[in-house]
Design a protein around this ligand. Structure first.
Ligand code: NAI
Length: 481
């Protein structure tokens, strides 16, 4: 029986391995992690991450050919293929701080693999890593190998949170990069055979190691760039009276452009886009390409601008002050159908409003109070470390923030509402009831364009929808970004 071990039981490792186990019943898959609470959760009825369809997949194979364990060394030693899906945070100190990837966790995983291995192994990079990481990992492995052969592959993951199971079942492509040597090619075939259990062979792309590594950074940079492009347009739409929805629709029908990733919003979030672009920027700078680096840097700058612009709209619309005013925050996750809050735009928006002394009442159907308070007190980039190694800073804004478990509780007596995640339930709230329970004038700032702005205006709300023609009220109180 082929044995697979995956180091890192996170958003990528957990779902990816669960699907491999489901589709390959003759392969034993063990997911290991140094975080005991996370492994305990994977072994319980309350999985540590929320993904539609994930519970079902795990239930079908856990205990049969899918296992979760903290005994990292034992399972790595026994595996034929070792996936590494550990954190690759942005460095906060030293060379490349604020941009370069911190490979501490990757390197320690590689050294451990070298230490405990007693048989030949294929080591697969699943984490997103800077170009040429495989070379560095290969060096660590071969210098410590004690006669064992390690073949390194890069197989970056393209799943999107919220649709991870669907994406894994039916991927646009699976990418496998390896060395152009006989051993490299043999390893590529071994991994290709695993995916070929359910992925059509023409969707399994093979490449060299560097192309595979760079493709992942490039894919995320392109996706994020589309969002920043449409968000940049949204600012222009507001200034000119055009409707960004109509503009997106018109350009999206051009088959060369396509309709996806053209929704204007308060900004992109998630653990990958910003981190991967910063990483790309750093690599460009290191390779003497400042113009290329600056081009990609702009994608992040526009994203930050969009969040700041949103906060300025809220404050300026409400007579230039939100001090002491209750603002309901509907949605905190970085997008719907996930409980993930990493780099969610809600953090910067909430911090901006707290900075203007607002009182926030936050509701998200999938994010706990503990997580929200932690996110609002953590420094930039500190979130991307294993839970027990995350630096803790004192929670200073407890007085200004409350977290509630019901949208109506959040909006009660509020002066304004900010919709920051596109959860379906925010589309269908009884907005008449919401209005009746709020202070007047009642404001809705829709950061995801989910509400029917016309209907809300009929009820009496003053509505701001990103990139849409402005209310007369808002026109009189222009936001300076
Ligand atoms: P995560 O933070 O959810 O999971 C990483 C896990 O690795 C943590 O549970 C941590 O405790 C564990 N870990 C760290 N060092 C370890 C070690 N030495 N031994 C055992 N366990 C260790 O991160 P996530 O989201 O799963 O991402 C992992 C990688 O995949 C990152 O490089 C990320 O950029 C990439 N990625 C993430 C995607 C996403 O949607 N979240 C999509 C595609 C790639």
């Amino acid at each position: 029986m082929v044995k697979i071990c995956c180091i890192g039981a996170g958003y990528v490792g957990g779902p990816t391995m669960a699907v491999i186990a489901l589709k390959c019943p003759e392969i034993e898959v063990v997911v290991v992690d140094i975080a005991t609470p996370r492994i305990n959760a994977w072994n319980s009825d309350h999985l540590p991450i929320y993904e539609p369809g994930l519970d079902d997949v795990v239930k079908q194979c856990r205990g049969k050919n899918l296992f979760f364990s903290t005994d990292v060394e034992k399972h790595v030693a026994e595996a034929d293929i070792v996936f590494v899906s550990v954190n690759t945070p942005t460095k906060t100190q030293g060379l490349g701080a604020g941009k370069a990837a911190d490979l501490t966790y990757w390197e320690s995983a590689a050294r451990m693999i070298a230490d405990v291995s007693k048989s030949d192994k294929i080591v697969v990079e699943k984490s997103t890593v800077p170009v040429k990481t495989a070379e560095a990992i290969e060096r660590i492995l071969t210098h410590n190998r004690k006669g064992i052969n390690f073949t390194i592959l890069s197989s970056p993951e393209f799943l999107a949170e919220g649709t991870a199971i669907q994406d894994l079942f039916n991927p646009d492509r699976v990418l496998i990069g390896g060395r152009e040597t006989p051993e490299g090619q043999k390893a590529i075939h071994t991994l290709r055979d695993v995916y070929a259990h359910w992925v059509p062979i023409d969707r399994i792309l093979c490449a060299n190691l560097w192309s595979a590594e760079l493709s992942k950074l490039a894919a995320n940079a392109f996706l994020a760039q589309r969002i920043s492009s449409v968000n940049a347009m949204s600012a222009l739409c507001e200034a000119t009276g055009a409707d960004v929805y109509q503009v997106s629709h018109s350009i999206g029908t051009d088959s060369r452009i396509g309709p996806k990733f053209l929704n204007a919003s308060v900004g992109f979030g998630g653990s990958c886009f910003q981190k991967d672009i910063l990483n790309l920027v750093y690599i460009c700078e290191c390779n003497g390409l400042p113009e290329v680096a600056n081009y990609w840097k702009q994608v992040i700058k526009v994203n930050d601008y969009q969040k700041a612009r949103f906060v300025n709209r809220v404050v300026s619309s409400m007579f230039n002050t939100v001090s002491g005013k209750k603002i309901a925050i509907l949605g905190f996750a970085f997008k719907k159908d996930t409980g993930d809050t990493r780099e969610t735009p809600a953090i910067d928006v909430c911090k901006g409003l707290i900075g203007d002394k607002a009182k926030l009442s936050i509701y998200d159907p999938r994010v706990s109070e503990e997580q929200i308070l932690k996110d609002l007190s953590m420094k930039k980039f500190d979130w991307d470390h294993p839970a027990h190694l995350q630096p803790t800073s004192p929670t200073s804004n407890n007085q200004q923030v409350s977290v509630v478990w019901d949208a109506f509780e959040a909006v009660k007596d509020a002066h304004g509402i900010c919709i920051l995640t596109e959860w379906d339930e925010f589309k269908t709230l009884d907005y008449q009831k919401v209005y009746d329970n709020m202070q007047k004038p009642a404001f809705v700032f829709d950061g995801r364009n989910v509400v029917d702005d016309k209907k809300l205006r009929e009820i009496g709300f003053i509505v701001y929808s990103i990139g849409k023609p402005l209310d007369a009220w808002l026109k009189d109180m222009p936001a300076v970004a």
